[in-house]
Design a protein around this ligand. Structure first.
Ligand code: ZN
Length: 176
């Protein structure tokens, strides 16, 4: 947090660029980084590239032991459509770019994401609940938005305090 790229609207990747070594290498690096830190997602601006690319993966994740898994997804130029204003998901989020901090964010809980995959083929994903929150968090990075902008500021806390004082049943709540 504080790096200007995290506050910049990232540019789209052209279809011609997708097969280039630069983009393919960036995607591989992003996946490696996400795995190394056990993150659920990573966006290119977080690793120094102002491009509309994110990677998501939720699988046997120590940080989210009870949550649905998501096989690796790479989204290039994702376009997110909220399918309904309700239900909503209220979740304590964290971010690799805002280390050590958690805060409660409320977001729409059902959405569709249209994007290109790492081969440049169109793909569509539909998510609800926790995965919808992760998807919005990652797509926010492409627009220079951090979760702390959307969090209820009175809930911002450090991880030790989060673990000590936020009851497990308040960490992820689905609202009708
Ligand atoms: Zn983040």
């Amino acid at each position: 947090m504080g790096h200007p790229l995290l506050r910049t609207v990232a540019r789209e990747v052209s279809r011609d660029e997708i097969p280039t070594a630069a983009i393919q290498e960036l995607v591989r690096d992003m996946i490696e980084t996400m795995d190394a830190v056990n993150g659920a997602g990573l966006a290119a601006p977080q690793v120094g590239h102002s491009l509309r690319i994110c990677a998501l993966q939720v699988e046997k994740n120590e940080r989210y032991p009870d949550l649905p898994s998501l096989p690796l997804r790479v989204w290039i130029n994702p376009c997110l459509t909220v399918l309904s204003p309700s239900p909503r998901v209220q979740m304590y989020e964290g971010c690799l770019s805002v280390r050590g901090v958690r805060g409660r964010v409320e977001r729409p809980a059902h959405l569709r994401v249209e994007s290109l995959d790492r081969q440049g083929e169109p793909q569509v994903d539909e998510f609800s609940g926790f995965l919808a929150a992760v998807a919005q968090h990652e797509c926010d990075h492409l627009d220079g938005v951090l979760f702390v902008d959307r969090a209820d500021s009175t809930t911002l806390c450090f991880i030790d305090e989060y673990l000590a004082f936020v009851p497990a049943d308040e960490r992820l709540v689905l609202l009708d």
